[in-house]
Ligand binder design. Structure first.
Ligand SMILES: Nc1ncnc2c1ncn2[C@@H]1O[C@H](COP(=O)(O)OP(=O)(O)OP(=O)(O)O)[C@@H](O)[C@H]1O
Length: 237
């Protein structure tokens, strides 16, 4: 079995006195699409935040490329988040004052790409996600599905190793949701990007290679790839 790209072991995290994770372990392999499912409040977003280096766990380890993400200093963590990870949230979280093109160009500008090259590349990515023609639109002028596809372009434009998507279709109707999932999975497979996808929707989870379920802050079940998964009981899919 190939080494995981990212591995979380025994994560414990509380928000104040509310426990969110109680010993969750999960692996994300290079290039795979992993769905994380579970009831509301089961700890899915907290797990994603720990894996993406947005939040530090109280206990346990997050290992990425041989480095303990949970122990990295903040400046190295933010560099990793900028260069190797992409994040998409339920409501896109585009910068409202910037055009679609500038939203997608922003991660490249932050990485030191020239403005001209960043805008050119951003335009190509808008095209890939079927939102060419909306370059000058601000997020408020886009439909939910268009905004989410711009968010995907922004998450993938730097060529990250992993994309973290927290209910990316949660605010969309089913057609727009399908378009977003098709665009995400197609592009991720093409570029070999791993995707950790939180969803409560079985139709969305069906786009994934593998699925893990959380209950009360622990992984209770994991579906498996032909190469074999590592944890507990299997989910029949
Ligand atoms: N910032 C916070 N402050 C206080 N409690 C929080 C915070 N974030 C999460 N929690 C609590 O931690 C637990 C796990 O939350 P989390 O958002 O990780 O679950 P989830 O499975 O993603 O839920 P949902 O599907 O509703 O988004 C819940 O009880 C939640 O209320």
């Amino acid at each position: 079995m190939s080494n995981p790209l990212l591995a979380a072991r025994g994560l414990v995290k509380a928000h104040g006195s509310t426990p969110a994770l109680r010993g969750a372990s999960v692996e994300l392999r290079a290039g795979e699409i992993l769905a994380v499912t579970g009831a509301s409040g089961s700890g899915k977003s907290t797990l994603l935040h720990c894996l993406a280096g947005i939040v530090r766990p109280d206990e346990g380890a997050v290992v990425y490329g041989g480095e303990r993400l949970d122990q990295l200093p903040e400046n190295r963590l933010s560099e990793l988040r900028r260069t190797e990870f992409g994040v998409v949230f339920q409501f896109g979280q585009l910068i409202p004052e910037l055009t679609a093109l500038d939203n997608v160009a922003l991660p490249l500008l932050l990485a030191g790409t020239s403005r001209k090259a960043a805008q050119e590349r951003a335009g190509e990515w808008l095209e890939r996600f079927g939102v060419r023609g909306q370059e000058e639109s601000r997020p408020g002028e886009l439909s939910g599905g268009q905004a989410q596809r711009v968010s995907l372009a922004r998450a993938l434009v730097t060529g990250p190793k992993a994309v973290f998507a927290d209910e990316p279709t949660g605010a969309l109707d089913s057609l727009a949701g399908e378009q977003v999932m098709t665009a995400l999975t197609h592009t991720a497979r093409e570029s070999g990007t791993a995707v950790l996808l939180i969803t409560h929707d079985a139709q969305v989870a069906a786009y994934a290679d593998r699925e893990v379920s959380l209950r009360d802050g622990v992984v209770i079940a994991a579906g498996h790839l032909p190469s074999g998964a590592d944890t507990s009981a299997e989910v029949t899919r």
